[in-house]
Design a protein around this ligand. Structure first.
Ligand code: HEC
Length: 276
């Protein structure tokens, strides 16, 4: 036989042997890999330790460090954590479910209660028929038994006819509580106060604000002021939904008229160049 064919035969033989002699996959073995960079993504998976012996993108320690869980950046809220956005109110049409786990940067102390009262001012959710309905439902379930369905501190648990509760819950109709900032309520919901327990595990972020809105609506009614989807003459920190809608419409209308103006502008050189 021609020496050339012998050589080719030998090559085929060697390559068959080398393919067959690779470790095969099975049990706890991944086998050998010809191109590990293709099999193992260079991008690392969060919270998954994916070190492998052929890794060339850093040491074992580097990889271990990179996949550790990390704390969110202080002061930020990850998308989806703050609330449920099911309408197109913010113009992006994003719909996602909340999980209510919004970080709270105030400790359970009198000092931080005071700080929360000064710093937490605005209700982040607009006042709407829906949010007040939700707030009412939740208030009557979670708070009404002590604070009373009217918010006057005379809930079932403390009333003469059935009451066994040893201390007087706050009366939301007092001027002190009416004039208090939203932070006083939010902080109380998170940690409670003295004999009142916290409700952070019972109410999500949005639900807490719904409850506060409902308490505000009770207070407004007692002062014969309006607090609802259409108008709010009670305070300046909570925004009626209808105002947001009209502001959005005005913005859209002005963008539309700007675009119209732009379309009758004479063409710039750039436009002409693009057309050629
Ligand atoms: C088991 C009874 C009970 C329930 C239920 C309850 N509270 Fe209270 N709450 C109290 C008592 C008692 C106080 C007065 C605490 C104190 O000043 O010692 C109080 C005080 C408060 C205060 C005033 C805190 C301050 O800064 O003085 C707010 C606001 C408040 N509650 C909101 C709520 C809300 C909102 C809910 C429902 C999510 C709720 N509470 C449910 C008993 C209750």
């Amino acid at each position: 036989m021609n020496i050339k064919y012998q050589f080719y035969g030998f090559l085929v033989f060697v390559s068959i042997i080398s393919l067959v002699s690779c470790q095969s996959v099975g049990g706890n073995k991944t086998g050998s890999e010809y191109m590990p960079d293709m099999a193992h993504s260079v991008a690392y998976e969060a919270n998954t330790y994916g070190y492998y012996y052929n890794n060339r993108w850093g040491s074992e320690d580097d990889l271990h460090k990179m996949v550790q869980p990390r704390n969110p950046v202080t002061g930020t809220i990850a998308r989806g954590y703050a609330g449920e956005k099911t309408d197109n109110m913010h113009g992006r049409g994003i719909s996602y479910k909340m999980n209510g786990s919004v970080p709270y940067y105030y400790a359970n102390s009198e000092e931080d209660r005071a700080r929360a009262m000064v710093e937490i001012i605005k209700n982040p959710f607009p006042i709407s028929v829906k949010s007040l309905e939700k707030g009412k439902l939740l208030y009557n379930i979670q708070c009404g038994i002590c604070h009373g369905e009217k918010g006057d501190g005379a809930g079932y648990l403390v009333r003469d006819d059935g009451g066994k509760y040893p201390v007087q819950p706050a009366n939301f109709m007092t001027d002190d509580l009416i004039n208090s900032s939203n932070g006083r309520y939010y902080h109380a919901i998170i940690y409670g106060k003295n004999l009142m327990g916290g409700y952070s595990d019972k109410l999500s972020f949005e639900e807490r604000w719904n409850v506060i809105q409902y308490i505000r609506s009770l207070q407004a009614a007692s002062k014969k002021l309006e607090y609802g989807e259409k108008a709010n003459t009670f305070n300046t920190t909570d925004t009626p939904y209808s105002l947001i809608v009209s502001a959005k419409n005005a913005e859209l209308a002005s963008t539309a008229s700007q675009n119209k103006e732009a379309s009758v502008q004479p063409k710039t050189d750039e436009h002409i160049n693009i057309q050629h």
